[in-house]
Design a protein around this ligand. Structure first.
Ligand SMILES: NC(=O)c1ccc[n+]([C@@H]2O[C@H](COP(=O)([O-])OP(=O)(O)OC[C@H]3O[C@@H](n4cnc5c(N)ncnc54)[C@H](OP(=O)(O)O)[C@@H]3O)[C@@H](O)[C@H]2O)c1
Length: 294
């Protein structure tokens, strides 16, 4: 069994981005720049925003933070997004989710210029992904693909079972893996799936994106399968400094002895998401620069 290390893969991604960002700055005279919009003061969201800023700074990217109060109106947020769309010094726009309940998330995402949609959540980006056109892909699924590639895990002809059908993880992963070139046979399971355990047991590659601690047990995993755990769940742990620890959707201790490859939590897929956001931001800057010269 080999552990797939998000740390190792993300370090390789950052090294590549560092070199490519350097040559971008050299030839264009400005840095790829990400604008991050946060509405309210949710501590988890604040922490994600800080991590994104840190990643930008580590690569020499430009970074702009926009903080709106919890009671900001939809129009204020849309106005800010439109200003960022029109601002040539901004190449990627990310509105940190979840938004406060009085806001219409769909309208906000649709207002982001597709060319700056580095989260890959815009309906146009999702549609392009499904029909196999180049586009921004949401960062966590992209991170999973990067890990599969890094460890040279073949997907062609393999049965991939994805547990979870969210718009940000399960669905884009299914779209990526079924494309020509990837050629996997994909089954997507969800909370209404009957006999999920026996479907999971057929998987050559099993991907868990459920949000339920240690949901995948060893009896659901075929001997020699590749297991990718996207889940990040807090479970109480009085011996931990913070009173909790993070576990995945896979029962790692019992499942890992049966796998050929497995991602740990923490230190697996979770580490990849921001690296992929940086990759998308550089791609946005390159594409916008190309568009300007045409
Ligand atoms: N950076 C990262 O690594 C990253 C990024 C995003 C998410 N995550 C983690 O990944 C997990 C999933 O996130 P998400 O945003 O995709 O969650 P989500 O939107 O809540 O979707 C969860 C999916 O799991 C399915 N599901 C829930 N309980 C189930 C059950 N008992 N049996 C079968 N399917 C079940 C749901 O089915 P229905 O559709 O039928 O309700 C849904 O499709 C979470 O732990 C989250 O923290 C990690």
């Amino acid at each position: 069994m080999q552990v797939m290390s998000g740390k190792e893969v993300s370090q390789a991604v950052y090294a590549d981005l560092h070199a490519r960002a350097g040559s971008f700055v050299h030839s264009h005279g400005y840095a790829p720049t990400l604008a991050v919009v946060l509405v309210g003061s949710d501590p988890a969201s604040q922490s994600y925003v800080r991590s994104k800023k840190k990643a930008c700074l580590s690569l020499g990217f430009g970074h702009q933070d926009y903080l709106l109060p919890e009671d900001a109106s939809q129009e204020e947020l849309l106005g800010l997004v439109r200003r960022l769309n029109a601002d040539n010094s901004v190449h990627g726009i990310l509105v940190q989710l979840p938004l406060p309940s009085h806001m219409d998330t769909g309208e906000v995402i649709e207002t982001i210029d597709q060319h700056k949609d580095v989260d890959g959540f815009h309906p146009s980006s999702v549609g392009k992904l499904l029909i196999g056109l180049p586009t921004f892909v949401s960062c966590t699924p992209l991170g999973v693909m990067e890990m599969l590639d890094h460890y040279k895990i073949e997907t062609a002809g393999k049965h991939v079972v994805i547990v979870g059908r969210s718009n940000i993880v399960g669905k884009p992963l299914a779209a990526l893996l079924m494309q020509k070139g990837r050629d996997a046979t994909v089954t997507v399971c969800h909370s209404r799936t009957k006999d999920l355990a026996s479907i999971a047991l057929q998987a050559d590659i099993l991907i868990a994106a459920i949000g339920s601690p240690r949901f995948i047990r060893s009896s659901m995993v075929k001997e020699g399968a590749v297991v990718i755990d996207v889940g990040i769940n807090r479970v109480e742990d009085s011996s931990a400094k913070r009173g909790y620890r993070l576990v995945g959707d896979v029962d790692y201790d019992t499942v890992s002895p049966h796998c050929s490859f497995i991602t740990p939590v923490p230190g697996g897929v979770g580490v990849m998401t921001i690296a992929m956001l940086m990759k998308n931001t550089l791609q946005a800057a390159i594409s916008l620069a190309d568009k300007d010269t045409k």
